[in-house]
Each structure stands twice: as C-alpha cells, then as structure tokens.
Write a protein that binds this ligand. Structure first.
Ligand code: SF4
Length: 353
C-alpha cells in the first residue's frame, strides 16, 4: 500500500563536498511512514542536535536528503509534477515553534487565514471566506469576533499558535507536522493547544507528527514514539510502553530528567544513569551514546547497534538487548500501532522515581 508520506532510508549530511572538510551527519538511515488511511499521532523526541529539525525540513521538502528519498503518495518529493505538488502542499501542513515569525506585523491576523483560502480557491465569496475562517477559529477554541481584525501583537502567543492550527485545518490536510508547537507558550496554555491538535486528529482524521524535546507532552498526546539521538533512532514503539518503561539508556536518561511534581523527590537529571564508562571507539562504528552511557561494553565502541525488537510494539538500538531479533531500519513501522485511541490528554504523566 502506498503511504501518504514516507521517508525511505534517508540520511542528511551537512558540510559535504570539496569545500567543507568536516561533515555532520544530522540524520542517519531513517525510515518512517504515515499511511494517511488511519489517523495516527507519532511523537519524534530528542534533545537539541538529535536530528528533529532536519527531519522536519526534509519532510516538508525544504531541504533534500543526501541519500534516500521522501515519497508523497509514492512519488519522490523532489520530482513531483505540478498537480501532485499542489496536492502535497494541501495534504501536508506544518505548525512551527514560533508562530510570531509567520505573522506579518503590518497585516491583521485575518491575512494568514485568507491566504490558503485564496491560494486553494476554497471560497467564492467574501462571506464564504469569513464563514470558513470563523468555523476554523471556533474549532480551535477561539472566538472569531475577538480574533479577526486584530494585529498579531494584540494576541497572546497561545492565541497566535491556535490561529496557526486553524490555518492548517482550513485546508483539511491529511497530515500536520507540528514542530515544537508548545515550547514557546506558557505552560498554562500548552494543554489548550495540544487539545486543539488532538481534536484535529480525532474529529477530522488528520494524522499528526509531533516533534518535541518534551517526553511529557509526547506521552500525553501520541500513540507511537521515536526517540532520536544524534541523528539515529535510539528507541521506538508504543508510547505507552516506551515512556513508562524505557529500555534504551538514552530514553531512561530523558525520563529520569523529567522534574517530578513531588518537591521532596530528588531531581535526577543528568545523573540519572551514573557515570559513563569512558570506553572510546577506534573506528567509525560505535554507539553514538557510548560517551554518556554507564552500561557501555567493549562491543559498544566496536559496532553500531542495530534496532533490536524487544517486544511486538517496541525496539531499542542498544546491545543490552542484543538477544532480541534485529529489526531492520526500513521495517520500523512494524512496531507502531498505526492509529489507536490516544490517551486522555488531561492525564498527567508522572515519572517513576
Ligand atoms: Fe550504552 Fe552500549 Fe546500549 Fe549504546 S549500545 S546505549 S553504549 S549499552
């Protein structure tokens, strides 16, 4: 079956070429697909430098992979005929971290909503256009009368971000790629925005790829999770398995770094795992986490770990799980459920102490 959007064995190397001597591998042999048939919510989690931003830019066609290909309905994103390109631009929408950058301060916020309506011919009359904008704003919990006609600076960051969610909804896309959509808004508004996104998934059948550094919100809204570390998949699977019981030492570190609600409980942070072993690689093959990992063994600095399928719905790229069968990178989708009911967004995640 041809997926809506597929990343097939993509790698992205920056600084490649004759001029640049040093190369940075931002993403390494990454495979992932969104079927578009069953609305799914997949979180892609990692810290700065994990490859998240590069992945977003690749999926949006803003940069080309160094190797591998991005396919939209089976066709390479770089060579889409005009009609398919237009369909892609409608089917795949993005919401970015900083909504203020998207707004032109000299235009009323109406402008960002009117643009897609005009570009895609969604309304014939001014009234139809107003009705579409009002409907989209109401769906994301904004009052049209209090929103339209205002300038960006007259609205809060949370309101601006919800306008971007409404803008995406106008086009009735099949997929929204939300890149750190709540990292720049107050904690009190995060749930509102995440609930708006979940509503699009559950009521409009729109799949979500939720890019974040925040495991807590990933756990709250997603069904499946991919944990990236230095451009490669560290762990993947059902979020209900991976976050409460992480297997990869990096995921354990991330979970251990979540501040606990209990003021008497010690925050574990970077110390959660203990001291690294100090093993050093000799060649190009090694586990990227070896220099932070207290469990590193000689094999960890001699070979690059494959993904090991430790359970039907999870996999870990760690030699600690080397007894489990290898899951080839291009079959990573097998550990995902592909559209199960999301957990209640109001359920707080409490890390195990
Ligand atoms: Fe640690 Fe080795 Fe697992 Fe890497 S492969 S996370 S170094 S135990």
């Amino acid at each position: 079956m041809t997926g809506l959007l597929e990343a097939r064995n993509i790698s992205k190397v920056f600084g490649a070429g004759l001029v640049h001597k040093t190369q940075t591998i931002a993403l390494r042999d990454f495979t992932f697909s969104i079927s578009g048939e069953t609305p799914s919510v997949t979180a892609i989690v990692g810290e700065s430098g994990s490859g998240k931003t590069t992945l977003v830019r690749l999926l949006l066609g803003l940069i080309a992979p160094t190797s591998g290909e991005i396919l939209y309905r089976g066709q390479d994103l770089r060579h889409l005929p005009a009609q398919q390109r237009r369909a892609y631009l409608r089917d795949v929408q993005a919401i970015f971290q900083d909504p203020f950058e998207v707004f032109n301060p000299f235009y009323k916020v109406d402008h960002v909503l009117e643009s897609p309506i005009r570009n895609f011919g969604l309304a014939r009359t001014r009234q139809q256009r107003r009705d579409l904008m009002a409907e989209a704003l109401s769906t994301v919990g904004l009052q049209p009368a209090e929103t339209l006609g205002r300038y960006p600076h007259q609205l809060s960051g949370g309101q601006r971000q919800r306008i971007m969610v409404a803008r995406a909804l106008l086009l009735r896309p099949r997929l929204i790629i939300a890149d750190e959509p709540v990292s720049m808004v107050d904690a009190s508004l995060r749930a509102t925005i995440l609930n708006s996104l979940l509503k699009l998934n559950q009521e409009f059948g729109i799949s979500l790829v939720y890019i974040t550094h925040d495991l807590t919100t990933a756990y709250q809204i997603s069904e499946d999770i991919i944990v990236l570390y230095r451009g490669a998949v560290a762990e993947a699977g059902d979020v209900q398995l991976v976050v409460p019981q992480p297997e990869h030492p990096y995921t354990k570190l991330l979970v251990g770094s979540i501040p606990l609600a209990d003021p008497d409980a010690p925050w574990q942070g970077e110390r959660a795992l203990g001291a690294p072993t100090g093993l050093a690689p000799n060649g190009d093959s090694y586990c990227a986490f070896h220099d932070r990992c207290p469990y590193a063994m000689p094999v960890c600095v001699e070979q690059t770990p494959s993904l090991f399928r430790t359970a039907p719905h999870r996999a870990s790229a760690c030699f600690l799980h080397g007894d489990a069968p290898i899951l080839p990178n291009d079959r990573i989708d097998e550990v995902f459920g592909g559209g199960r009911p999301a957990p209640d967004a109001a359920t707080p995640f409490v890390a195990e102490s």
